[in-house]
Write a protein that binds this ligand. Structure first.
Ligand code: NAD
Length: 305
């Protein structure tokens, strides 16, 4: 199929682009004409060490196919420096793919403060710093596309990943609020929860599964969400092996108690089945939507709700 989603004159920053998913995204954006900042700290999956080789290799791959790319070796914690690389070399920044990531898996009982902090710093602080540095440029040019890389571990929880789950669902919170704040300036922000074979998953999945779950199967969704005509914002998508699905919040109709009469834990217990009954579940789209039954139960009408 002919490429209709083009990125000529667009500057794309992909963090953690020296391997795995990030490399695949960077190559595809470059193939579609983008000027790409290939950021990678070049450390281990556990966040130890650093080096320039990973980013340099991907820049060389892009250059060899006739594309344009520049390497950056900063940690995403130094988001300003990464965006400055885009400005110094290409004069603008249109797309940010927050993809860099590490793991420090261990049960909550054994988790150290360092395990907690490192995961927070790379995933949450890193996405914040890179997006925050790009934001004024995107506002000024009234154009921006941001992808945050979440995870099933964040959406559903996973044994041994309390630090990672917290960070990854936090990125969806960031996505939803930036989508609201960016709307007026044509800045679209979305999140993906991928499953792919990479050095991150090669220790937990059989080799044939790692090989089959190609990172290249994640990239088409990322490219679609970063395209000029993309209208989606604030979404979260599960993606892997050629399957792509959008998620949304759902809640039960709930049970109502009379606030002026008061109610007890026993009343809550007696109505537990109704509180948890997903028949006719509703799907609030905004925080204001979500508050409607609260104010209705008080008998108060808030303008605009
Ligand atoms: P990967 O290890 O192959 O790639 C991650 C890259 O990020 C590495 O090249 C690494 O050097 C780089 N990086 C790490 N810390 C960095 C930092 N501080 N600054 C800059 N670069 C840094 O792993 P991957 O599977 O390609 O993971 C990419 C993203 O996808 C991660 O955010 C990961 O959490 C997420 N993810 C992956 C899967 C999966 O199935 N592979 C599932 C859910 C989420």
């Amino acid at each position: 199929m002919a490429d209709t989603l083009k990125f000529e004159d667009r500057v794309v920053v992909v963090t953690g682009a020296g391997a795995g998913l990030g490399r695949s995204h960077a190559l595809e954006f470059a193939r579609r004409g983008a000027k790409v900042v290939v950021n990678d700290l070049g450390g281990s999956t556990h966040g130890e060490g650093k080096g320039s080789e990973a980013a340099d290799k991907v820049v060389a791959e892009i250059t060899a196919m006739g594309g344009q790319a520049v390497a950056n070796y900063d940690s995403v914690e130094d988001g300003d420096a990464i965006i400055q690389t885009a400005i110094d070399n290409f004069d603008r920044v249109d797309v940010v793919v927050n993809n860099a990531g590490i793991l420090r898996d261990t049960s909550f009982a054994k988790m150290t403060d360092q395990d907690w902090d490192l995961i927070y710093r790379v995933h949450v602080l890193g996405a914040y710093k890179v997006s925050k540095a790009a934001w004024p440029y995107m506002q000024e040019q009234e154009y921006g596309r941001i992808i945050n890389t979440s995870s099933a571990a964040g959406i559903y929880g996973n044994f041994g990943q309390a630090n990672y789950s917290t960070a990854k669902l936090g990125l969806f919170g960031l996505t939803q609020t930036l989508a609201i704040e960016g709307a007026k300036k044509n800045i679209k922000v979305n999140a993906i929860a991928p499953v792919a074979g990479s050095r991150m998953t090669e220790t937990i999945l059989p080799p044939e599964v790692v090989k089959a779950l190609k990172p290249e199967f994640i990239t088409p969704l990322v490219v679609k969400l970063c395209a000029e005509d993309n209208k989606e914002s604030g979404g979260l998508y599960e993606v892997g092996a050629g399957w792509i699905s959008k998620l949304q919040w759902e809640r039960t109709q709930g049970a109502k108690f009379n606030p002026s009469e008061g109610f007890s834990a026993e009343d809550v217990a007696d109505n537990w089945d109704q509180i948890c009954d997903f028949t006719d579940a509703e799907k609030p789209k905004t925080a204001n939507d979500s508050f409607v039954p609260v104010f209705t139960n008080l008998g108060i009408k808030i303008p605009g709700m």
